[in-house]
Design a protein around this ligand. Structure first.
Ligand code: B12
Ligand code: SF4
Length: 431
């Protein structure tokens, strides 16, 4: 008899959360490797197509499949009591998971997705419920929080942790032979309108605030055939919007993204592509912009962070202001809507004194595009994250919270002032 495995994407405890094409892609990818070799059930607390969420009008998706999560306000955790923002639990009600467990169990293994380091309270809640209802199930955690905060994660009481990207120890633990050629297990959802793809791993840059170079190393492409098979699977499931989770989607584009998009056009596949994880503006040429628009890219998020050349040099030089301006020109000339092009800029970075954030926001605005302040989350093990030990206890992941840290660093009023300014600039883009 094959093993029965429960897949769980936990609820999120945070000040804010929005479904910006959020899917538990690591969890679904690992399960995909075991397709046909185990029996699966999925409980995704953040699934907005769950019948409970569909009933609530205010959770309706926007034109590109994004939207709000069901949430309940709860008290701030003690360590963040001084942060003057409402704290919430986002995701389906806890009682639904308890019912689900009772009716669908027992399970041999439970795989739990971990994502942002400061979201571990949701993982804790899921572990508590499983231990209560099916104490014999073996609980396995993997993903970003486990990788970046492994000693903290060990304290949560799971049976097995998958740190980093090597899955060999997991296959040994399960005693099941994987099939790495399989795409992610998207069929685990009854209904699906948003999907995710990742064409490559790692990144050629070495930004001082980012964990990707250390976890994944330099860039490597994933097999094109597998990505295309996954795309076909998503399309068959009715998906209309696909977000790329790549860290360096445009790196070596001629070998990776270009052949992928050419195949999309050849097969006449019609989906909307999005890049929420930030594109490397310096790689956007006239030709690439044209191909991206023709193949279905609708929203473009560009990682800009700051227009200060001193700040850019100090943090890894991933993009310059000129490169940013050219990227926007090429995208607009190719037919992209300037209002669907967004520049991310870090708010609350430890070197904010040299970041010239206001000037950077005005620069992005002068290009006619939108700006989005990306609240800074300090990450342990990165140079900038380690610097933040001056302000917060980095061994407590709640202090990596992206809403909390900028407020701790800059103060509540300054954060509000900058956010107001961003809103005003976005209302009046330069022509
Ligand atoms: C996609 C992504 C997003 C998406 C959302 C993803 C989601 N579902 O929530 C978006 C674009 C919205 C996003 C936003 C942000 N993100 Co982000 N994001 C990522 C990214 C690129 C991938 C995460 C992911 O899905 N990984 C899973 C898959 C795709 O990875 P994989 O390699 O295939 O997984 C392997 C293993 O990890 C393992 N595995 C993974 N999951 C599981 C689960 C199980 C059970 C098992 C057994 C194994 C396993 O198996 C896989 C096989 O090798 C990571 C960087 C990275 N490359 O990991 C940053 C990252 C997680 N994000 C980060 C940051 C900083 C942010 C923001 C704060 C940025 C900002 N300032 O706005 C926001 C915060 C959003 C919020 N609401 O709080 C940081 C982490 C911060 C932290 N403290 O945890 C990361 C690590 C990037 C970085 N700068 O270092 N992000
Ligand atoms: S370019 Fe992006 S993914 Fe690469 S190191 Fe810098 S922030 Fe990380």
């Amino acid at each position: 008899m094959s093993a029965k495995i429960l897949l769980v994407n936990p609820p999120v405890y945070d000040f804010a959360a929005y479904d910006f094409w959020l899917k538990p892609y690591g969890l679904l990818s690992v399960a995909g490797n075991l397709r046909g070799k185990a029996e699966f059930k999925l409980f995704d607390y953040l699934d907005r197509l769950h019948p409970f969420a569909v009933e609530q009008k205010e959770l309706k998706s926007d034109q590109w499949g994004r939207g709000r999560f069901y949430c309940e306000q709860i008290p701030n955790p003690g360590r963040l009591a001084h942060v003057r923002r409402y704290f919430r639990r986002f995701g389906l009600p806890r009682s639904m998971f308890e019912d689900f467990l009772t009716h669908q169990g027992p399970f041999d293994f439970v795989f739990i997705q971990t994502m942002m380091t400061y979201w571990y309270q949701g993982v804790q809640e899921v572990i508590e419920d499983i231990r209560k209802i099916w104490p014999g199930a073996k609980i396995i955690l993997g993903g970003n929080y486990v990788t970046l905060c492994s000693s903290h994660a060990q304290g949560l009481g799971a049976d097995f942790l998958v740190e980093g990207i090597n899955l060999e120890p997991l296959w040994e633990y399960l005693g099941i032979e994987p099939d790495p050629k399989q795409p992610a297990l998207w069929e685990a959802y009854d209904e699906l309108n948003v999907g995710v793809l990742k064409l490559g791993d790692g990144c050629p840059f070495d930004c001082t605030y980012c964990s990707v170079p250390k976890v994944y190393g330099k860039f490597s492409a994933r097999p094109l055939e597998r990505s295309l098979a996954e795309l076909e699977l998503l399309v068959k499931r009715g998906v209309e919007n696909i977000a790329f989770y790549d860290d360096a989607l445009l790196f070596e584009a001629e070998k990776v993204l270009v052949p992928f998009l050419e195949e999309v056009l050849k097969r006449n596949i019609k989906v909307n592509f999005h890049s929420p994880n930030g594109l490397g503006a310096r790689f956007i040429t006239r030709e690439l912009a044209g191909l991206m628009v023709r193949a279905g890219f609708k929203t473009f998020y560009l990682g800009f962070e700051s227009a200060s050349s001193q700040w850019q040099r100090r943090t890894g030089s991933k993009v310059s202001s000129d490169e940013m301006a050219w990227a926007v020109k090429h995208l607009v000339a190719a037919g992209a809507d300037a209002q669907n092009i967004t520049a991310y800029q870090l708010l609350g970075h430890p070197h904010s004194s040299i970041q010239e954030l206001e000037g950077s926001m005005r620069f992005a605005n002068s290009l006619g595009i939108r700006g989005m302040l990306a609240d800074f989350s300090p990450i342990p093990g990165t140079p900038d994250g380690e610097d933040c030990r001056k302000w917060v206890d980095m061994d407590e992941p709640l202090f990596h919270n992206k809403t909390a840290f900028p407020i701790i660093l800059l103060g509540f009023d300054e954060v509000n002032r900058l956010k107001d300014l961003q809103r005003r600039l976005n209302r009046s883009p330069a022509k």
